[in-house]
Design a protein around this ligand. Structure first.
Ligand code: GLC
Length: 569
């Protein structure tokens, strides 16, 4: 009985701040990720900065973006390019000043957009004052990090406390002579883990949130959350059979990931946001299984990111894989009125076009933008940027460097992080400097925003046309139905009141003919609102026979009975 009651209680919970009559701004937002080092350089040093972001706000407005999140802009030795933070409440000089940041917040709000910070609670830089003091056992910092004096072997030598491996490879423990102890780090050794068993740390990080909320930010993307807590017994993890003890996959992460205590911490963060308003949001980065991922909804996250289109599907996936993935997320959201979300790319994974191929990537852009809830775009994906080949000598990412010359290409995240391609001038218009922190992709002469703006059949034209549809009630709050039209063709519909939008995507390498009569009201006239660039000529056409509709190889078409085709506006 008790368990039935608590189940009901969970089901009755709804997404933070939701009320039927007043949907919140974030529930159908188009969210855009800016990787500041690579977005726009304003001072010619080859590294992007805040003034650069300022100068490009117009591009975000034109792209129908509602909110953007900035990858970390805090002071950092840049071992992990900003994810190793040496001061949580300041701005890295390379990116600008606090004044620049305040100006950006104001300009963003004036442009009717929201600004979201990257909150990195799991670790700091080893250069952070807290760690430097912890090293010397200066109170109250002695236990701010996870320290252990090591395991004594029978011959008297001291070794690591257990077999835990870091995400970037190699042992998760590093010895410090100064303190005669090992400290724990889930990521690079320059990123010591904060100790969430220590209430002082929990409170200190809540104050970091308050600092940025006081500056007017609209919420947080929270980094690496499943890694936040560890099992305090520090037991060895079971082996997976992977023979390399330096590989993250060497052990099964039963003591270092998805630990229950993590969820209580997340709940505490929600309380901090609510001190400000129920409009402040928290989005959780969690590469975890479905159960552990969904649990974040229940503990006060607005949503955990849905990385399915990055991690579970690719250019070889079948129509059924997409249907399953979408249905699974919708069915598994644990609370009433929870907000779904669809991530097309980010700074940690190969780019969308590289993962899917050009036309399928366009289809994925259409799908992510038109499914219910939040659509997440990584900067550059709105013009179809591709991964850039980076030589070993130019490799910067610690995950790439740790993998060595033979393994770096598979591990490095640099290829997806190269400068934004604005136009065909020096360094693609990203910087006045000919050398940039990562090289510009050589394809910039033809693949750039300015060129695409001149063409009515470009990736960017498609992105703009489809994202414009998101402003309509049918996409903001329409119902969702997913269907397989045959083995290769997946379709979904969005409906609200009288309006209907149909998305039909062909994942085969050949044209497919499908029957749309099961989707469409018999009497209605269907027209093509928009399509992938290989079917651009069809835009505006009226479908003559819904029983035999042709969809090009790897293409997708958006139909509607009630909304005028995009290019007729
Ligand atoms: C997250 C970030 C990634 C970073 C890691 C450690 O996964 O997205 O870029 O390296 O956390 O902070």
């Amino acid at each position: 009985m008790k368990s039935i009651i608590s189940l009901c209680a969970i089901l009755l919970l709804s997404n933070p701040g939701y009320s039927e009559s007043t949907p919140k701004w974030w529930q159908s937002m188009s969210l855009y990720q800016i990787y500041p080092r690579s977005f726009k350089d304003s001072d010619g040093n080859g590294i992007g900065d805040l003034k650069g972001v300022m100068s490009k706000l117009e591009h975000l407005v034109e792209s129908n973006v509602d909110a953007f999140w900035l990858s970390p802009i805090y002071p950092s030795p840049m071992v992990d390019f900003g994810y190793d933070i040496s001061d949580f409440v300041n701005i890295e000089e390379v990116f600008g000043t606090m004044k620049d940041f305040e100006t950006l917040v104001e300009a963003t709000h004036n442009a009717s957009m929201k600004i979201i910070m990257d909150f990195v609670p799991n670790h700091s830089s080893d250069q952070h004052e807290w760690f430097q003091k912890s090293l010397q056992k200066i109170e109250p910092y002695t236990n701010y990090y996870v320290w252990h004096e090591g395991k004594k072997l029978p011959d008297g030598t001291i070794t690591v406390p257990n077999n835990w491996v870091s995400v970037f490879g190699g042992p998760a423990w590093t010895w410090r002579e100064e303190r005669q102890a090992y400290y724990f780090h889930q990521f690079a050794k320059q990123q010591p883990d904060l100790n969430y068993e220590n209430e002082d740390v929990v409170n200190a990080m809540k104050n970091v949130m308050r600092f940025w909320l006081d500056k007017g930010v609209d919420g947080f993307r929270v980094d690496a959350v499943p890694h936040l807590c560890e099992d305090v017994r520090l037991l060895d993890e079971p082996l997976t059979g992977n023979p390399n003890p330096d590989d993250y996959g060497y052990t099964d992460k039963i003591y270092t990931k998805d630990i229950p205590h993590t969820y209580d911490i997340v709940k505490g963060w929600r309380e901090v946001l609510d001190e400000y308003s129920d409009e402040k949001i928290m989005m959780i980065e969690a590469y975890s299984n479905m159960t552990m991922t969904m649990r974040y909804y229940v503990y006060g996250a607005n949503f955990p990111f849905n990385f399915g289109f990055i991690t579970d599907t690719n250019q070889d996936s079948k129509a059924i894989d997409f249907k399953r993935l979408i249905d699974r997320w919708m069915v598994n959201m644990p609370i009433l009125k929870a907000t779904a979300n669809w991530v097309a790319g980010n700074h940690d994974k190969p780019r969308l076009v590289t993962r899917y191929g050009r036309y399928r990537a366009e289809a994925m852009t259409i799908i992510t933008l038109l499914l219910p809830g939040v659509a997440v775009t990584y900067n550059g994906d709105e013009i179809g940027m591709e991964d850039t080949r980076i030589s070993w000598e130019d490799t910067k990412d610690p995950q790439g460097c740790n993998a060595g010359k033979d393994g770096y290409e598979k591990a490095s995240r640099d290829p997806a992080r190269t400068p934004f391609q604005w136009d065909n001038t020096t360094s693609a218009g990203f910087s006045t400097s000919e050398t940039t922190w990562l090289p510009v992709n050589e394809n910039y002469l033809t693949l750039n925003l300015a060129t695409q703006k001149e063409q009515d059949n470009s990736y960017n034209a498609l992105y703009k046309a489809v994202s414009a549809l998101r402003k309509l009630p049918v996409i903001k709050r329409g119902t969702l139905t997913t269907t397989l039209l045959n083995d290769d063709v997946f379709a979904f519909t969005r409906k609200v009141d009288g309006d209907v939008v149909y998305v039909v995507a062909n994942f085969a390498n050949k044209e497919e003919t499908v029957d749309l009569s099961t989707l469409v009201y018999a009497s209605s006239q269907l027209n093509v609102y928009y399509a992938t660039t290989n079917a651009h000529h069809l835009i505006g056409n009226i479908v003559k026979d819904v029983h035999t509709v042709k969809i090009p190889a790897s293409g997708a078409i958006i139909y509607t009975s009630t909304i005028a085709p995009y290019n007729s506006k």
